[in-house]
Design a protein around this ligand. Structure first.
Ligand SMILES: Cc1cc2nc3c(=O)[nH]c(=O)nc-3n(C[C@H](O)[C@H](O)[C@H](O)COP(=O)(O)OP(=O)(O)OC[C@H]3O[C@@H](n4cnc5c(N)ncnc54)[C@H](O)[C@@H]3O)c2cc1C
Ligand code: FES
Length: 233
């Protein structure tokens, strides 16, 4: 169990929760979070948003019971968390674009901190959130509210791209990347029960066969992704 330092709504329904402690974790990895000791039964996977020597933080959207319980936590209250899990984004060299849509921006902040030369593209349906955190660390940040942020991304300019967001956005980026030498890595999502590769509940079909999103993922090179079996953010 760890103590909540703060749990603040950036916009209605979207919160940043900061938790006290010395945690491990790399860009694109996630933790399994549970607000109470035994309830709900299953913890929920949430990407590492930010991490420092004495804290870890998570950016989350309230969608159902588990995240609704998270949003009720007050500073000083306890939360259960285990991790880090998953492979995370790879170490890369050369120019890099970080392309996020909505909640898909969450796993990209650590990548922006890790690669200060990265160009960041953030797309939102109705309301932008968390943009200032990227502006504080990235070489450039482009934001689009409504429409498609992919129009502003030219994959030919980048040796590497990391992306997370809704499936149509990821697919549009993948199509635009085809025929370029840019390497695209996508962070995927699945319902998870164990988070450690034991239950097979998060299995996803890929071009390399079935893969567990919690263990072999959540990050996959785009060549492996079967878009018709992809659950975007
Ligand atoms: C690796 C990984 C990293 C994630 N990182 C974040 C993050 O940083 N921030 C964040 O807000 N969310 C993140 N998610 C999604 C988050 O885990 C779910 O929103 C959360 O589990 C919902 O729990 P709940 O109890 O609130 O909703 P539930 O009551 O469990 O579900 C509410 C609705 O959301 C759907 N749903 C729940 N989980 C998922 C899922 N994983 N994929 C698709 N649909 C789902 C359900 O089918 C249902 O319709 C991540 C998921 C994965 C797999
Ligand atoms: S969540 Fe159990 S194997 Fe991935």
């Amino acid at each position: 169990m760890a103590n909540v330092i703060s749990n603040v709504a950036l916009v209605p329904g979207i919160y940043v929760m900061k938790i006290e402690g010395n945690f491990r974790g790399r860009m694109g990895q996630f933790y399994m979070l549970r607000s109470g000791r035994n309830y709900p039964l299953l913890p929920r996977p949430i990407s590492i948003y930010d991490i420092g020597e004495d804290y870890i933080s998570f950016l989350y959207r309230v969608v159902g019971e588990g995240t609704s319980l998270f949003s009720q936590l007050q500073p000083g209250q306890e939360i259960q968390l285990e991790g880090p899990f998953g492979n995370g984004f790879p170490q890369v060299e050369g120019s890099l674009a970080l392309v996020g849509g909505g909640m898909g921006t969450a796993p990209l902040l650590l990548a922006a901190k890790h690669y200060p030369h990265a160009h960041v593209y953030l797309g939102f349906v109705q309301q932008a959130f968390g943009v200032e955190a990227f502006e504080a660390v990235a070489a450039s940040v482009q934001v689009k509210v409504g429409g498609s942020i992919i129009e502003q991304v030219d994959p030919a300019h980048y040796v590497n791209m990391f992306s997370c967001g809704p499936t149509p956005m990821l697919q549009a980026l993948a199509m635009k990347t085809e025929g370029t030498s840019s390497r695209l890595y996508i962070s995927t999502e699945r319902h998870m029960a164990c988070g450690i590769g034991a239950c097979l509940g998060c299995t996803m079909r890929t071009r390399e066969g079935n893969r567990r999103v919690c263990k072999e993922g959540p990050v996959f090179p785009v060549e492996e992704v079967e878009f018709d079996d992809l659950h975007g953010v």
